[in-house]
Design a protein around this ligand. Structure first.
Ligand code: ADP
Length: 374
């Protein structure tokens, strides 16, 4: 059994971020996880120096790999809150490197990459992403989920996954974890839960590329990417660096959320990613006792807004206790209550997404350019 002490001893030979103190002395190493000879670790760095830190990351990986008994090592670069960089979602410091046009490099074997995004947190973006993925499998598609919500990865919980990903026989790539027929990879598998991490431009690209390209996805019809909520630099960087077929925007009916949703649409417009459509979540409330329906938040706002903006409306999901309780238990309603009204609502959304993809819409119609008046 490889121990954490052995890992730290091996890392003592590698100079840390300042080039003087060793990695363990620098205090930059976190999230050391060891499973069956496979070692995962994170090094906290100044995000502005992410590219310059890449050789250090490689040396750390090599040092860990050289420990007898270690079969593979994965080291990622992260940044700590304490280092005083901008708060997530607000681009106060340095915009990410601007890329014009669509990213060119597709992901081999993956037909469509779809972002699920929202203008703000808490609207049920991840819940919709999870059920959309399972819904697409029910329609016969091969589906993966990449949980790129760096600020609050929730796919491990939503899919009920408590394991760490294994490594492929080549010892380099990670294997996604299959749950409810969906291949799942989450940033949450690689960073310590609750660790305060701030991600910015270059690090986001590095982490994203690892999750996208150093994972054995196999053949997929659709890879759903659960984006971080909001429309700051990190989100823009992601939208620019993933070869997206299109984006699904999740909103609640409240006006405020719709303003946020418009920001989301505008962000994808900036990087010329087509909007597949808008989903209205928590659209109406169905009483678990009497079955009566209440439009808590003036239902229908997202549909009207989508029409106004000229983007498709993909459907609505109710505000429902079973959705919340099952989601929190890692039991997506589409899989665990397959005949329910809640599951049907989600499957309708999946069907519209699948139809849009089949119709070849992605790429045909970039998101409208929307100006947000503050
Ligand atoms: P986001 O990804 O937008 O931050 P989540 O998917 O994590 O949002 O959802 C936030 C909370 O709302 C979770 O507790 C989730 O179970 C709950 N939730 C999401 N959608 C619904 C819904 N349609 N009905 C009831 N609860 C929901």
């Amino acid at each position: 059994m490889v121990s954490r002490d052995e890992v730290m001893a091996a890392l003592a030979a590698v100079p840390g971020p300042d080039g003087r103190a060793s990695l363990p002395e620098s205090g930059a190493v976190s999230g050391v996880t060891i499973r069956d000879g496979k070692v995962f670790a994170a090094i906290a760095i100044d995000p502005a120096r992410a590219r310059a830190m890449e050789p250090m990351r490689e040396k750390a990986e090599a040092a860990i790999r050289a420990i007898p008994g270690v079969t593979a090592a994965v080291v990622t670069l992260t940044a700590e809150q304490a280092r005083g960089v901008a708060s997530p979602g607000h681009g106060a410091q340095g915009a990410p490197p601007r890329r014009h046009g669509r990213p060119s490099e597709p992901l081999p074997g993956v037909k469509h990459i779809i972002a699920v995004a929202s203008g703000k947190g808490g609207v049920g973006k991840s819940t919709i992403a999870c059920n959309l993925a399972v819904g697409l499998t029910r329609l016969g598609l091969k589906v993966g989920v990449l949980d790129a919500d760096l600020f609050g990865p929730s796919m491990p919980r939503l899919f009920g996954i408590n394991a760490k990903p294994g490594l492929a026989p080549d010892g380099q790539k990670l294997l996604p974890i299959e749950s409810f027929g969906v291949k799942v990879m989450s940033i949450g598998f690689l960073i310590e839960e609750g660790a305060p991490v701030v991600w910015r431009g270059p690090m986001v690209i590095s982490a994203l590329n690892q999750l996208l390209r150093e994972v054995v996805w196999g053949e997929l019809d659709a890879l759903i990417v659960d984006m971080p909520p909001g429309t700051g630099d990190v989100q823009l960087t992601m939208a620019q660096n993933v070869p997206l077929a299109g984006a699904v925007i999740v909103s609640t009916p409240q006006d405020l959320a719709l303003i946020d949703a418009r920001r989301g649409i505008a962000m994808f417009g900036k990087v010329e990613v087509p909007i597949l459509g808008v989903v209205e979540n928590m659209s109406y409330f169905v009483c678990p006792h009497c079955g009566g329906r209440t439009d808590v938040f003036s239902h229908g706002g997202a549909r009207r807004e989508a029409e106004k903006l000229g983007v498709p409306f993909l459907g609505e999901a109710p505000l429902d206790i079973a959705i919340r309780a099952n989601s929190d238990d890692g039991r997506p309603v589409v899989a665990t209550m397959p005949e329910s009204a809640q599951a049907n609502a989600m499957i309708e959304i999946a069907r519209r997404v699948a139809d849009t993809l089949a119709a070849g819409a992605p790429g045909a119609k970039p998101a409208p350019r929307i100006r947000i008046l503050d």
